[in-house]
Each structure stands twice: as structure tokens, then as C-alpha cells.
Write a protein that binds this ligand. Sequence first.
Ligand code: NAP
Length: 330
Amino acid sequence: MTETALTVQQTARPTGFPTPGHFRFAESPVPEPAPGTALVENLYWSVDPYHREMMDGDFELNAPLEGRTLGRVTASRTPALAEGEIVLHRQGWRTHAVVRPEEVRRLPHHPGVPLSAYLGVLGGTGLTAYVALTRIARLREGEDLFVSGAAGGVGTATGRFARLLGAGRLIGSAGSPQKVAHLTGKVGFDAAFDYRTGPVAGLLTAAAPSGIDVFVDNVGGDHLGAAIGALHERGRVARVGTISQYNTPDAPPVVFDHADVVEKRLRIEGFLVSDHQDVQQELYDFAVPHLRSGALVADETVIDGFGRIVEAFLLMLRGGNTGKILVRAV
Ligand code: NAP
């Protein structure tokens, strides 16, 4: 166990892309748990696109930040949390946290499943993908699906789950030729394109000449406009996120044919995964057997060392990750 605790704080509000200068690492003695609490030494941290949105106001400056993390109880003053237990909680961006039992979730026991999966394909990231497909888009067997941001955490989980759920043609977009190759070579997409190589509408038409039934949208912007044009009658859009706008406050409004939505009877529905925690057990029941059999693979980019957490976050915002980005304690 380390002697000093490190906590990341945001020091200023960014305009556009944040930089390392918007953060600092604060040192303090390792905290002591008070009666009724336990000390957790964090092992894995999630850095997420929504943290960029929080940097605009929800993250208090010069204060600890919130984020999903997974750690081991190293000292306990509550019978509800045993030393050695692994827990999930939201006091991320720091090496140590003092938690109350009601603030943590215990990990279920799934032998053979790696810890990191509980922040990725079995965690909020996988749950987002699973809810988008099964509750929002209500994907049916044989339906053709387009996924934007397809090589990221939610995107790869969406593609892999859709394959297992019996989707028809799978089309994905991502920001580099290497990611496109990963999607078609490893994840199971039938076609993929690099959205940086031309207008998305033309790239999507070339990749899905007969159109699509469902769009899971992690990106927004011109991806959304293009997909509305490509959707068949009674097509559905599951709006997951809008990462094309998080670092571009002056992004132009999305242009699409509004009449298309009526004439094709489209449904466009956004959601927040936090409203769907009741689906977590169903995700375990669905995904764990596939993880164990090897039919489901967790795509991850793991950055070693808490000291690199800011770097990992900034890397993800610029597309430096394939699959879920995680930081691991060394
Ligand atoms: P991620 O996709 O693993 O990482 C972000 C990715 O966004 C990057 O790898 C980058 O990949 C892509 N990106 C960055 N700027 C872009 C731009 N201008 N245009 C297109 N792509 C861009 O992150 P994630 O955690 O899986 O999240 C994906 C999306 O889901 C985000 O929009 C996030 O806010 C949303 N989300 C929503 C919920 C919810 O409850 N609704 C929950 C979790 C996540 P490229 O190299 O391909 O550009």
C-alpha cells in the first residue's frame, strides 16, 4: 500500500479540447476510515466522455472529481465491508477513497471473468450498449444496424452484442483505418468506414447501399443526419451520445430531412444508462456465458499507472483508444 494518496483536481474550465494544464495532482496522507466507513485502494479507473461535459460546470474546481472506479478494501471500520473485498464506487480520479457501505456495489462472483470487465463490457459501458439495443432500438433478428463511434467502448460492445443477438448486416464508423480494420477483422462488423475520409452520408451509402433498420449513435452531428437518410421505414435511432460536440462548442446544427422522420415513421429516442440499472443482472446473464466461452471478447485499451489518468482521458477524447479505455494501478 502506498503512503501518499493522490487526487486529481480540475483547475480551470476549458474551451474546446482540455489539456494537462486544466488538471493537477494533489498529494495528501492516506485517509483514515471513520467509524462506519472503509478505506478502498483503487485498482482500475474509468475515464469517460461525460467527464468532458462535467468539466464545463459540474466538476467543482480544485476539488476531487467523480468517476467510476474499482478497488480493494484495505481497512474497514464497518462490518458491512470486509478487508480484501473488491468494490465498485464513484470516487474515481484518486488513489484512495473512504466509502460508506451504501456508496459501493460489490462485484458478483463470476469465476474466470477479469476485473476490468466490470468497468467495461459488463459495467456502465456494456450496459449502455445492451440497453440501446434491447430497450431503446429493440433490435430484432436479421435487422441491419449502423453504429457510430463503433471502435470505442460502447461502440465495440454494441457491435459484439448485436452479433450475438442475431443482427443482420453490421456497419460501423470510426476515426482511423486501423480502427476500421479492427471492426471488420475482429469485432464482427460486415462493413466499416473512416468518417474522416469524406462526407458521412456518402460513406454510409457506400457501406450500406440497401439502407439500415437501426442506428446506435454515439457521435451525433453529420452521422445522425446521414443515418436518418439511410433508415428504412419504421427505423429506430438510439441516441447514446454526442461526442462530436463535446470539444466543439460552436459545432453546426445537425441537418436532416425532417419530413423523412414523418414519412418513414422513424423513432429517435435518447436515454441515460443511469435510468436502466434494473437491466444490470440481465446483462450479466447474457454476457458472462459468452465471455467465458470466448464468443464475446472485451475490447480494452489499458493505460498503466494512476499518474497517467489525465493522459488517458485526453487520449480518449482524441480517439487514442480502441474499446473501453481504463487506467490500471501498477
Ligand atoms: P469511447 O467511444 O470509447 O471514446 C470516445 C471516442 O469518441 C474516441 O475513441 C473517438 O473515436 C470518438 N470521437 C472523438 N471525437 C469525435 C468526433 N468529433 N466525431 C466522431 N467520433 C469522435 O467512449 P464511450 O465511453 O464508449 O462513449 C461513447 C459515447 O457514448 C459518448 O458520446 C458518450 O458520451 C456516450 N455515453 C452515453 C451514455 C448514456 O447513458 N447515454 C453512457 C455511456 C456513454 P474515433 O477515433 O472513432 O474518432
